[in-house]
Design a protein around this ligand. Sequence first.
Ligand code: SF4
Ligand code: SF4
Length: 466
Amino acid sequence: MALKERPKPFLLPEYCKGCGRCIDACAKGCITAGHQINPLTGLVPVELDLTSCNACGLCMDACPEPYGLRPAHEGPIPKFELEDPAKLYGVKPSDAPEPQDVPSVVLPLPRTEPLVIKGTYASAIGAILAGCRHVYGYPITPSTEGAELMAKFLPKLDGTFLQAVSEVAAVNMMYGTAGAGLPTMTFTSSPGFSLMLEGVSYMIGSELPGVFVDVMRGGPGLGNIAPEQSDIKLACHGLGHGNTQALVLAPSTPQEMLDLTILAFELSFKYRNPVVILSDGYLGQMTGKVQLPETMLKPGVPKWAVYGDALHRKNLISSIFLTETDLEAHNVHLNAKYEAMKVEVRSESFRCEDADVILIACNTPARTAKGAVQELRHQGIKAGLFRPITLWPFPIEALKAALQGAERLVVVEASAGQLENEVRLALSKAGVRDYPELESVRRMGGILPQQDEILAQVLGKKEVLA
Ligand code: SF4
Ligand code: SF4
């Protein structure tokens, strides 16, 4: 019986990271360090001279890269296409027609009396009315009631609520559900949101929709369970590794918890991107009047979904782009999408038209600031409130309009300046250099700014206005 000839190695240079393990493994000296930079990878692959090779295979065993050193095939080496996952895993031969969008259906909702509910409940009901039937989460105060309500409702609506073993598991369940084109969400709070960020980055990279309701609490670390605006920086600039952005909505009433949750689902599918709702511990627990909308949504199926049927079999969802040029092109595409999101800015200007003093605040501190504006007006001081509802993108044009004629700007927040930094960044990027020095009223650790503290800040410098 003829012995089968053992294959010698061949090298796919674009998968060699030049680690040198194969050099050490080869007793015949067939492999040497390379001298040429591979233009596709920027790395230096090894070089092979197989004159003395006895096909022992040790180099292939030593190579940690799945496609670095491979056994040579007889005859010409087939063209290798591993640099494109779509060619490997994505497009399958299929006679099925191209999938098309199945549009969502708007259904009438009977008019009801307003509910009186807490913010987390309002958000959960908003999600159900937006068509969300898949919710995953890990309990964390002060967000847990939202998940708790979903656990009660969803089984009765043919939906799924799953308490995951961790936030990491929850966000990856969202990834899978969103990949199937279905609306999905989670309720979490600051330390839990931090744990989810790897998955958020994956969802952004894979262009998957999903709604994250972060009921912010005191930090850093485990902090406490009292309200703080601790995640503004994280949501606006730190959504995992890489080039990641998401629309960030900041409600300030239970009604907005419902309205903005419904909007968040719409926007997350419109842009195929996660949306973050930044609530705070006080707003999550605060009870208020909530009017339900007159319609609700039966979601459709987007054509890009990996829906699990023959029609959608060609679809691929992935954040892996192995070649640098492909990944750069993907990032350019993401940047264009982030730019397009800038039309979604939202804000409220309260009595800013003639204001000498503008307070800037969001979430629960905006409610306190609005009370301060009314008291200041009562005392004859022209005060106004600018409330960003989208924190990313920041509503800079509306802020610029509100600032016309203002002599003082006071940022009121429950953090160490995270909102103020957003204001400064937005003004700087918009080229606004000429604006009053920013003053601040800040509390931390779970303590919200109080109205008398805002009044003291403004009235303490009353003479500046004279
Ligand atoms: S198969 Fe063996 S002899 Fe040939 S290059 Fe690899 S380690 Fe060296
Ligand atoms: S072991 Fe693999 S990755 Fe490392 S230098 Fe050799 S071929 Fe390249």
